[in-house]
Design a protein around this ligand. Structure first.
Ligand code: AHR
Length: 504
């Protein structure tokens, strides 16, 4: 048998904190992402609390979602918050031009969103309308939500059922302003950003001091557009008086080499497996290069990089409305999640947040819903396995595992990250990218280990999915380990993710 790949782990040297916000989620008014997926209304036969699905809330609570970004996406720059407050029966019906032109009932508005965020225990990340809104509209929205005082807007919120002000932890200032958010040049966006960042204020008394202050996250580049980052960061560098930003976003999807996306989300072969995984690994270069541009203007790393849209974007499911971005989710997606989360953790010095697209029923979803119930996807299980990495301290890890060659695609055989969790334990996440061969590994930790426990997410095939008919095809199972002379050995199944804690 081949000698195991040895992973050498330093447990002393302290790395940066891996912000829990790297494990954030994104929920847009798109297809059945909100309506049907989260919101069914208080009169629905589907069990709900104030209109929000109980099954979905329970699953998301178990995932410890740190923050949820809403209402878009492209939808955010067409959203007018006043349409979504007050008695639901009197709210206007508007249209959702980006996502099939469907009618938007506005039944799920600010109060419903903040109720949902509270029910799942997540911070609210609000995306404000820069493209078709005004500074006054956005500043009124924040006053309405966060002001405790007797201003007319605060009183209106109280009349609408919320006596206490809401907390808004993160504020996204526009979305994809180079595209659906207004087709702006970076210079044009920078001018808008300064106004919004100056005048859209959070009034919540508990959010006036660091570290509780609301984070302002500028709309940033798409994939490799470093000029966008350069221009926005150069404006930030020269900031005067009160405008500032704490984050810059980056969007990068997997699998869109040409438009429209054509990779199938299920029933695919090894070529597809390899091409899509190769593509997702480009995230590392994007993050690295944008971080290098940011370093030039912000060597102290005051501004974080927030990858607030990432995930796999495949061909729509046959027979579905293509504008609803419905796709299946396979074991390959669990690996995509793990590889991207590993990249973010390896760049935790600069990457302070990330939001997978999207939470329910849309793109690389955690959960698929129907009137009958829910299905937890392989991506859901990957996110659950990563919970110990939330706010953990990254630890140095070294290994040499070589590559696996699949046709004309070369992939690293192994990807891994180690960290000391908030629970004091040393955690290691290991991805075996080889679709056919298992991989024996040996964890050699400073100070030794007497064992390890954890879970492995493997599947009958790399394109296995969970469906309503077979919801348990891909689920984590306890991992088998062997300890010898202070080292821990385990075998990683083909195309698998393992997360283990060392026993020391
Ligand atoms: O997540 C789907 C869409 O992708 C978002 O609305 C937009 O921001 C991005 O282009």
């Amino acid at each position: 048998a081949e000698a195991p790949v040895v992973l050498t782990l330093s447990t002393q040297a302290a790395g940066p904190t891996i912000s829990r916000h790297l494990f954030g989620q994104f929920a847009e008014h798109l297809g059945t992402g909100i309506y049907g997926g989260v919101w069914v209304g208080p009169d629905s036969p589907i069990p709900n609390v104030r209109g929000i699905r109980k099954d979905v809330v329970a699953a998301l609570k178990a995932l410890r979602v740190p923050n949820v970004r809403w209402p878009g996406g492209c939808f955010a720059d067409k959203y007018h918050w006043r349409d979504g407050i007050g008695p639901r029966g009197r709210r206007p019906v508007t249209l959702n031009p980006d996502w099939g032109g469907v009618e938007e009932s506005n039944a799920f508005g600010s109060h419903e969103f903040l109720d949902f965020a509270q029910q799942i225990g997540a911070d609210a990340y609000l995306s404000i309308n820069v493209g078709s809104g005004t500074v006054a509209e956005a500043s009124g929205w924040l006053e309405y939500l966060t002001s405790p005082n007797g201003s007319t807007l605060a009183r209106e919120r109280v009349r609408n059922g919320a006596r206490a002000p809401f907390k808004v932890a993160m504020l996204g200032i526009g979305n994809e302003t180079w595209g659906c958010g207004g087709s702006m040049k970076p210079e044009e966006y920078a001018a808008e950003l300064k106004k919004y960042a100056t005048f859209v204020l959070n009034h919540h008394p508990a959010q006036q001091q660091a570290p509780n202050k609301m984070l302002r996250i500028a709309s940033g580049p798409n994939q490799g557009d470093e000029r966008f980052t350069d221009v926005v960061m150069s404006h930030w560098k020269d900031h005067i008086y009160s405008w500032g930003m704490e984050g810059l976003s980056l969007h990068s999807y997997t699998g869109i080499e040409k438009w429209p996306p054509s990779h199938p989300s299920q029933a695919f072969g090894v070529d597809e497996y390899a091409a899509v995984l190769r593509n997702t690994l480009d995230m590392d270069g994007y993050v690295r290069r944008h971080a290098a541009v940011m370093d030039r203007y912000d060597p102290e790393r005051k501004v974080g990089l927030y990858v607030d849209e990432w995930g796999a974007w495949y061909a729509p499911l046959p027979g579905s409305n293509p504008a609803f971005l419905q796709q299946q989710n396979s074991q390959r997606d669990a690996l995509i999640a793990a590889l991207n989360l590993n990249i973010f953790m390896r760049h935790a010095e600069r990457v302070r947040g990330a939001n997978v697209a999207q939470m329910v029923n849309v793109l690389q979803a955690m959960i698929l819903t129907s009137d009958r119930g829910i299905v937890l996807t392989p991506t859901y299980h990957a996110f659950r396995l990563y919970i110990p990495f939330q706010d953990a301290e990254r630890l140095p890890l070294a290994f040499e595992a070589g590559d696996v060659v699949l046709g004309d695609v070369r992939l690293p055989r192994l990807d891994a990250v180690a960290a000391r969790g908030r629970d004091g334990q040393v955690w290691v996440a290991l991805v075996n990218l080889d679709p056919a061969q298992s991989l024996a590994v040996e964890l050699a930790a400073e100070g030794g280990a007497v064992g390890a426990q954890g879970e492995v997410l493997a599947a009958p095939r790399f394109d296995s999915v969970n469906s309503f008919e077979r919801p348990q095809q891909v689920v984590p199972r306890p991992v088998a380990v062997r300890a010898e002379a202070g080292r821990v050995r385990l075998t990683l199944p083909p195309a698998s993710l393992s997360v283990v804690a060392l026993r020391r």
